[in-house]
Design a binder for this molecule. Structure first.
Ligand code: G1P
Length: 270
């Protein structure tokens, strides 16, 4: 199934990186010389997506400036840009609310949602691999996490598994260790039916007082199903300091020049 639009929810406060994210969007934090949002954008482009919708807010103007710069220097960035637009999320009411803000720009087609702070290194494109397996049921990227981490994620309750899919019979947002039904966590890549907008519009605030995308996915299971996609690739939670640092070190370890700098740094401290 063709997916031509992606929503990037970039309105989050980035509290785990205060004070820097008081003035720099967390999506603009760098993996060496490119911001996180650049990598998510490249992943979407590699998947054949052509329309990029940023759900942004006050204080995030540098994201718009960055993509203006990319547009003006397309020879430098070497990616086909498609069309980029911005819609504001004027209250920090959560991921589900952010997606709902994009409703009028999506209208009646299935679409992707990508969180830039889930940085995924993949030989092609994680969202592209999902699109190849997408048949119309709501789909999320999924990976196994440690039991002590379930409270950071949406967690799938498994009905059955196939080679690449975890078919869910329910899903809980940030459950306690005691109540978690599995350790299959949602990672920030989604392929969604446009019918989710009506569901989101009718939701009351859930965990954390926010409108949760997970709650909408749960309500749609009887009509649209829910599949967790076991993606290939390495994922870093760049919404946390250890995840961002690990991503930078991993990236450096893959680059001949940077690798040498890291080795020299540790060598000089032995
Ligand atoms: C969001 C979702 C959660 C998902 C996670 C993936 O949580 O609500 O279901 O597992 O992204 O990164 P957040 O990290 O915004 O708190």
């Amino acid at each position: 199934m063709k997916i031509s639009k992606v929503v990037f929810p970039v309105g989050g406060l980035g509290k785990r990186f205060f004070p820097i994210t008081r003035v720099i969007p967390k999506e603009m934090l760098g993996i060496i010389d490119k911001p996180l949002i650049h990598y998510a954008f490249e992943e979407a482009v590699a998947a054949g997506i052509e329309e990029f919708i940023f759900v942004t807010r006050h204080g995030k103007d540098s994201i718009e400036d960055y993509f203006d710069y990319m547009f003006a220097h397309s020879e430098y960035f070497d990616i086909k840009m498609g069309s980029v637009c911005y819609v504001r999320q004027n209250e920090p009411m959560g991921l589900g609310h952010a997606v709902l803000c994009a409703k009028n720009l999506i209208r009646d087609e299935s679409f992707a949602v990508m969180s830039a702070d889930d940085f995924i290194i993949h030989s092609e494109s994680c969202i592209g691999e999902m699109i190849k397996h997408y048949t119309g049921a709501n789909m999320v990227a999924s990976m196994n996490v440690a039991l002590c981490e379930v409270g950071k994620y949406g967690i799938l309750d498994v009905d059955h598994e196939t080679d690449r899919l975890v078919i869910a019979k329910s899903v809980d947002e940030k459950p306690s260790i005691e109540s978690a039904k599995s350790t299959h966590a949602i990672v920030g890549r989604y392929l969604l039916s446009h019918e989710i907008f009506d569901v989101l519009a009718g939701l009351k605030p859930g965990v954390g007082g926010e409108i949760q995308l997970t709650d909408a996915l749960m309500r749609m299971i009887p009509t649209h199903g829910l599949a967790g996609f076991k993606f290939n690739g390495l994922r870093f939670d760049c919404g946390s300091k250890d995840g961002l640092l690990s991503a930078i070190l991993h990236f450096a370890s893959q680059d001949e020049d940077l690798k040498q700098i890291v080795e020299n740094f540790y060598g000089s401290r032995k």
